[in-house]
Design a protein around this ligand. Structure first.
Ligand SMILES: *Cc1c(COP(=O)(O)O)cnc(C)c1O
Length: 371
């Protein structure tokens, strides 16, 4: 295999760029010995709520826990249906099953890879309780159209914003558009912890109160359990680390967007489909995902030139063996299946060097030159 010139991800480069601040934050937690929840986590909750424009943020131990508790707080349970998309990370669908409900899957809109609002109406039944749009790759879903359907049928909208910290829809931050929103701070996400992490944001104080209890064994006070709860608490270290990184997030996002501009300009002549940004969107480019025919051959050729890429996702959830019993066979959700065959994610992180960016665009243009 060729020498790796452009790794798909480089978490070390980012750590080194903020090492002094991070090391100081970790030392603070060690000194305080507040290892679970505690003041750093509470402060992070305030800062992240302010960033998203909500009154509440509840910090958790993963994005998966966030989806699970958001569904429970919304009252989703056995006998209910929840509508989401199959072209997403498995957690968007799996957590609906955690809550005891039935996932109902609708297809995506091919330009943004997000939920197609036109497919939503047809999927509503008397049992539908909630909709989980995913802001895939950092591009917001078409929230006005989705909220309009939700309003008509009195459904709860739960945003899966795990890939979209800081993304905007019509100028409004994701996390504040639906009734509840879920974020992941998995290390590779745009805002990543140094371990597992997640959060729910909402401006509904009843949902917030329920989620606060559910993350800590359903307690409203110590050893008084009024709900069937979980241990989904965020660690003190992660709160302190996320506070440091949140201060850099906007500048990192702007750097991602600048790199995307370069990618788009230099790849304009290549035989690939570049990612779209709708006029109403601020895309935060968690991923730069293009479409190409013969995608697997392209990925192999790039690797041969020292460029690592990713595929998000090679199999839509409804065609995964564990979810075959949801009842959607091949060709049932054609846009999702087509996307799964064509997508390829290029390296994209704020620490990419100019020469690495050029290596990517030169190589890809040479491999896919149109003339
Ligand atoms: C990462 C991710 C999740 C799950 O978050 P974890 O923190 O890994 O549990 C959920 N949905 C989407 C779309 C994701 O990308």
């Amino acid at each position: 295999m060729a020498n790796i010139k452009v790794p798909y991800l480089d978490l070390k480069a980012q750590y080194h760029s903020i090492k002094a601040e991070i090391d100081e934050a970790i030392a603070r937690v060690l000194d305080s010995c507040q290892f679970v929840l505690g003041p750093e986590v509470a402060q992070f909750e305030k800062e992240f709520a302010a960033y998203c424009g909500t009154s509440e943020c509840i910090a958790l131990n993963s994005g998966t826990s966030a989806l699970h508790l958001a569904l429970l707080a919304a009252g989703v349970g056995p006998g209910d249906e929840v509508i989401t998309v199959p072209f997403t990370f498995v957690a968007s669908v799996a957590t609906i099953l955690y809550a005891g409900a039935k996932p109902v899957l609708v297809d995506i809109e091919p330009r943004t890879f997000n939920m197609n609002p036109a497919a939503l109406d047809a999927a509503i039944s008397p049992r539908t309780k909630a909709i989980v749009p995913v802001h895939l790759y950092g591009h917001p879903a078409d929230m006005d159209s989705i909220r309009e359907v939700a309003r008509k049928h009195k459904l709860v909208v739960i945003e899966d914003a795990a890939q979209a910290h800081g993304a905007k829809y019509e100028g409004r931050s994701v996390g504040s558009i639906g009734d509840i929103a879920c974020f992941s701070f998995y290390p590779a996400k745009n805002l990543g912890a140094y371990g597992e992490g997640g959060a729910v944001t909402t401006s509904n104080s009843e949902y917030a109160r329920a989620i606060r209890m559910l993350r800590d064994w359903g307690q409203d006070r110590k050893y008084h359990h009024c709900l069937h709860g979980y241990n989904y608490r965020m660690e003190g270290f992660q709160g302190a680390i996320l506070r440091v990184k949140l201060r850099h997030l906007e500048s990192w996002t702007e750097t991602r967007r600048a790199i995307v501009k370069t990618y788009n300009e230099h790849l304009a002549g290549a035989d690939i489909v570049r990612p779209a940004e709708m006029p109403w969107a601020r895309h935060v480019y968690h991923l730069y995902t293009l479409r190409a025919d013969n995608r697997n051959a392209l990925q192999a050729a790039l690797l041969n030139a020292g460029i690592q890429t990713g595929i998000h996702y090679s199999t839509p959830v409804h065609l995964q063996p564990a979810y075959a019993n949801l009842g959607y066979g091949p060709n049932s959700l054609p846009e999702s299946e087509k996307a799964a065959r064509e997508v390829l994610s290029l390296p994209l992180y704020p620490e990419l060097t100019e020469s690495q960016i050029q290596t990517v665009t030169d190589t890809l243009t040479a491999l896919r030159c149109v003339s």
